[in-house]
Unconditional design. Structure first.
Length: 235
């Protein structure tokens, strides 16, 4: 049984910052989706994506030939103001996390891993604490819910789906980072990119993303326990 390590007050504060940011992002996404839905009622379709909403809504508000009722324009203006405020809050949280990372050597080491940025590095260090509590990298990946569940009996090993246990926020960040790496892996020739492209070819996109996220978790364990920066293998 893996017991939860006692966290320091500094770790708890960093995790609280992450949770606050996550809540703002959830509210922003809900606001964007609602705005798109309301405009569709008036026959105005905006493609998915926050950037398209940020561009299109001001155009609708400034268009003198827009057939939107004044009541709807007023509502749309309020929605856009809320979106700008939420963007500002997210940017403020990101700046605080970036500042904390510059003061943390473990975070700087983790950010040398492709697919691990400031958010993931900060969340990893604050959540994991002392990585030496895990016997190896795979144990930490399992703790994060990035490995298959096992149902083994009679000497026969049977692997099931990914367990998805552990910290949902941290696992999501690792998967997002892995997805970003996989998107550009086709343009690179290093060993890691070739490996993940082969996994994608054999097993598909989603399995390749999870496999890379689990691999990054194991690499993160190695860096945190050894105090070294990531060294990319090209051979």
């Amino acid at each position: 049984m893996r017991f939860v390590a006692v966290k320091s007050e500094e770790q708890q504060a960093v995790l609280a910052l992450h949770r606050a940011r996550e809540m703002v992002v959830v509210h922003r996404t809900a606001l964007i989706n609602q705005t798109r839905g309301l405009l569709m009622e008036f026959g105005i379709t905006i493609p998915a994506g926050a950037a398209r909403i940020r561009k299109r809504v001001p155009e609708l508000l400034e268009d003198p030939e827009s057939k939107l009722p004044e009541l709807m324009k007023g509502l749309l203006r309020k929605q856009y103001e809320q979106l700008v405020e939420l963007d500002s809050q997210v940017a403020e949280y990101d700046q605080q996390i970036s500042t904390l990372n510059k003061q943390s050597k473990p975070c700087q080491m983790l950010m040398t891993i492709p697919g691990i940025g400031p958010l993931t590095a900060s969340a990893l260090v604050a959540t994991v604490g002392d990585a030496k509590e895990f016997r190896n990298g795979r144990e930490m990946a399992a703790w994060l819910g990035l490995v298959p569940r096992q149902s083994s009996t009679g000497g026969k090993a049977r692997l099931l789906g990914i367990s998805k246990r552990g910290d949902v926020h941290l696992r999501t960040l690792l998967n997002h980072g892995a997805r970003s790496v996989l998107m550009f892996a086709g343009k690179k020739t290093d060993r890691n990119s070739r490996w993940v492209r082969e996994v994608e070819k054999r097993r598909g996109w989603n399995i390749a993303v999870t496999a890379l996220a689990a691999k990054n978790a194991r690499i993160a364990w190695a860096l945190l326990t050894r105090g070294e920066a990531y060294r990319e293998m090209t051979a």
